[in-house]
Write a protein that binds this ligand. Structure first.
Ligand code: SF4
Length: 156
């Protein structure tokens, strides 16, 4: 919780990426505090809820201004466990004219979050089935605007 009494998401890494959301130049944040507990998770260090630093709207604004004209999308890898904080950032990204994406280990998310997303990846990591680049994956990457399943865009 911040000094102003507001609960913000916290993140442990940030990067501009091109493969996580097909066709988009994306600013991606890894949010700390995931409780799904997938065996073989690649980011166990992000599990502790209080780790990382606050992802405030003003910080996001600062980053979007720095990358103005380059980015087309903002991706949150987690954060659905703090819906109000996530919604605030999704609305902020959209008001800046950017698309939005969420990666979640859950199968479903609340409608209020879905309504503020352009892309959604769902499903836990199951090592035996592989991630989006595997034909046997349990995970789904959907363009929510059209309902189209985009998994094929990730195949090797
Ligand atoms: S949902 Fe993602 S971050 Fe959470 S435990 Fe599973 S692989 Fe790790």
């Amino acid at each position: 919780m911040s000094e102003h009494g507001q609960n913000y998401l916290r993140y442990c890494s940030e990067a501009v990426v091109w493969q996580e959301v097909p066709g988009e130049t994306t600013l991606a944040f890894t949010i700390t505090g995931c409780q799904v507990g997938c065996k073989g998770c690649h980011s166990v260090d992000s599990w502790p809820a209080g780790s990382g630093v606050e992802l405030t709207p003003s910080y996001l604004q600062q980053r979007l201004e720095q990358y103005r004209g380059l980015l087309t999308c903002v991706l949150f890898m987690g954060g659905e466990w703090q819906p109000q904080a996530l919604l605030q950032l999704l609305e902020f990204a959209r008001s800046a004219g950017l698309k939005t994406c969420l990666y979640t280990g859950l199968e479903t998310i609340p409608l209020a979050i879905r309504q503020r997303l352009d892309y959604l990846k769902t499903g836990p990591w199951i090592a035996a089935r592989g991630g989006l680049s595997s034909e046997t994956t349990n995970q789904r990457f959907v363009d929510l605007r059209s309902g189209e399943l985009l998994n094929v865009r990730f195949l090797n």
